[in-house]
Design a protein around this ligand. Structure first.
Ligand SMILES: Cc1cc2nc3c(=O)[nH]c(=O)nc-3n(C[C@H](O)[C@H](O)[C@H](O)COP(=O)(O)O)c2cc1C
Length: 354
């Protein structure tokens, strides 16, 4: 299926696997790329050196294009951009709007820039600054999220900008792809659906929690880092919500120290990143500390399999997902379903009904 997205990044199918911290590593990304979709490496939970190694690992497994997701406000964003350029990575994806300079630097080097946004005005801003496309995430999406549903946000953004729009938040099948195309999108991006594949390295016991979840088992909480964060509702989330401010803070400091040890990121960089996160947002200092803590809570589940100690970021769509296909099976199935849905729609519209 050819769309503005497949033309822009050179993939066979208009499907993106999004950058998910601790989840979207070389194995998932290369499996997605080999399946003909765009895989995006999550780098916010890696050091710059780990990012370079991960990029090389993907390149050793596939010649297909792929992307890297990074935080525009990270203290070492420029170093990461250098790695992306040096290693010839096709796409740079951003969790927060990158600066005009950063976009220009990447584009001058031939990298396709695709920020993720959750509001029309952010899409308009990055489009004016030269972004090549945007991923629009509606409120049903996993991880940090907004409160406007994809069905409202997507057409609003598609009408507002001239660059390709990729729809995210709540997609898991080919019907969703066709619906997104009908709204004016150039493709879909999926997080939770790709987490739940046999190629994802998330421990089986954790995948089982997602598979068991119903739609109502996915919640939005600010208790983890002060920002609305969509995840599976667990006893851990309830404990965080019920912990008093002091206890939550003490836990945050302990976990932030753990993340610092594992990620080898110094306190000064963590504080710098925390300050950048605080900048322009109404975050208190305790929220900044809690934010520094989020990677540890995600790692406990996604890497160590400790669902009792960690959190499981998730889209509402987890409630609809019941299997663990490989990325190749998933992408092929989504495309088959999309063609079937297209046939059904045009059949329904034909005057004779056949
Ligand atoms: C486990 C998990 C981790 C995530 N981590 C990140 C991240 O590090 N950076 C980012 O930009 N988005 C992150 N997200 C959001 C996804 O990239 C994506 O936008 C979202 O999952 C789309 O919604 P869906 O889950 O309904 O497909 C994460 C989502 C999940 C489920």
């Amino acid at each position: 299926m050819r769309t503005a997205l497949t033309d822009l990044v050179g993939v066979r199918h208009p499907v993106v696997q999004t950058g998910m911290g601790w989840v979207a590593g070389p194995r998932l990304v290369s499996a997605t790329a080999r399946a003909g979709a765009l895989g995006i490496l999550a780098s916010a939970t890696m050091t710059a050196e780990q990012l370079r190694t991960a990029v090389r690992e993907v390149k050793s497994r596939t010649d297909e294009p792929f992307g890297v997701n990074l935080r525009a406000d990270a203290g070492d964003a420029r170093e990461r951009v250098r790695i992306i350029v040096d290693e010839g990575v096709k796409v740079a994806s951003f969790a927060l709007a990158p600066s005009k300079d950063l976009i220009a630097e990447l584009k001058d080097s031939g990298v396709v820039v695709i920020p993720s946004i959750g509001a029309r005005r952010h899409a308009e801003k990055v489009a004016a600054w030269g972004a090549d496309a945007v991923i629009v995430q509606g409120g049903e999406g996993g991880g940090h999220t907004g409160d406007v549903a994809t069905t409202v946000l997507l057409p609003q953004v598609a009408d507002a900008v001239d660059i390709p729009v990729i729809a995210a938040g709540g997609f898991h099948d080919g019907r969703g792809l066709v619906a997104a195309l009908a709204y004016g999108a150039a493709g879909i991006a999926m997080g939770t659906r790709f987490l739940l594949t046999s190629d994802s390295t998330v421990p089986d016991a954790v995948k089982a929690c997602y598979l068991a979840a119903g739609v109502k088992d996915v919640t939005v909480t600010t208790a983890v880092d002060g920002l609305p964060h969509r995840m599976l509702r667990t006893e851990m989330v309830a404990a965080l919500e019920n912990a008093g401010r002091i206890r939550a803070l003490a836990q945050a400091v302990r976990r932030a120290a753990g993340f610092r040890r594992i990620s080898k990121i110094g306190w000064s960089r963590m504080v710098r990143d925390g300050l950048a996160m605080k900048h322009g947002k109404d975050l208190s200092w305790s929220q900044v500390l809690l934010a520094a803590n989020t990677p540890m809570l995600l790692k406990a589940s996604m890497v160590d399999g400790r669902t009792d100690l960690g959190v499981m970021a998730s889209g509402q769509v987890a409630g609809l997902i019941e299997d663990l296909p490989s990325c190749a099976e998933l992408v092929e199935r989504v495309m088959e379903e999309a063609y079937t849905a297209l046939g059904a729609v045009s059949g329904a519209m034909s005057p004779s009904g056949d």
